[in-house]
Design a protein around this ligand. Structure first.
Ligand code: DX5
Ligand code: ZN
Length: 208
């Protein structure tokens, strides 16, 4: 399982990025929030550019925004993006957004909130590379893992059986809950790592 470190709750994002650069993590997870899809605001473009410059790992971009089109355009100029993930719940033409992401030459992700019907993913399975399963309500880092997600992950895994799609799990992952998401390919981990004085030890706890 790969690890993607969410910088949302990191006090000094650049400093944290630099510290984690030399560990065995795979990606930095950037939570972009627009104050509409979720009530918070996070990661203005300037901050994403700064992290991109400092980061030695590819970026995993999670767009919790009602209209991803402009930000996707802006992200085109960054050279180290692995994937851009949009939410299935937004009131926009999802296929059009996925094509825009493809034009950037990066992987296309579709995120789903904890209470959204998983069958809504079906029409998009041919056009996505990653499904990001939210295991907390989007908006804040540091929330507890929603236990019913375990069953949901299993069902989504069955749904994508015949497809070449990676499963990413986001929210409330720590050294205990990571054992419950063994079916996933990528675990997003935020506060468990970034609020610790010994981030390397926390990362090692997750790798075992
Ligand atoms: C929540 C974000 C998550 C969050 C993960 O809206 O999408 O990426 O920052 O942080 P932890 O691991 O603290 O739940
Ligand atoms: Zn996220």
């Amino acid at each position: 399982m790969k690890l993607s470190v969410s910088l949302l709750n990191a006090e000094d994002k650049n400093k944290t990025t630099k510290k984690i650069n030399n560990t065995e993590i795979d990606y930095f997870h950037i939570d972009v929030m627009d104050g509409k899809f979720v009530s918070q605001l996070s990661f203005p473009l300037k901050e994403i550019q700064e992290i991109s410059n400092v980061s030695k790992k590819p970026l995993d971009i999670h767009l919790m925004v009602e209209d991803p089109s402009l930000i996707i355009e802006d992200l085109k100029e960054l050279s180290n993006i692995n994937n851009i993930t949009i939410h299935i719940e937004i009131d926009k033409d999802i296929n059009k957004m996925l094509s825009k992401i493809k034009e950037c030459g990066v992987k296309r992700g579709l995120a789903i909130k904890p209470n959204t019907d998983i069958n809504l993913l079906k029409p998009y399975l041919d056009n996505i590379d990653i499904i990001l399963i939210m295991t907390v309500e989007p908006g804040y880092g540091g929330q507890p893992f929603i236990e019913s997600s375990v069953e949901r992950i299993k069902k989504i895994k069955e749904l994508i059986e015949d497809y070449n799609i990676l499963l990413e799990v986001d929210g409330g992952i720590n050294d205990k809950t990571i054992k419950k998401i063994s079916l996933s390919d990528i675990a997003v981990v935020g506060s468990y790592i970034t609020t610790s004085d010994n981030m390397e030890e926390r990362i090692n706890n997750l790798l075992v």
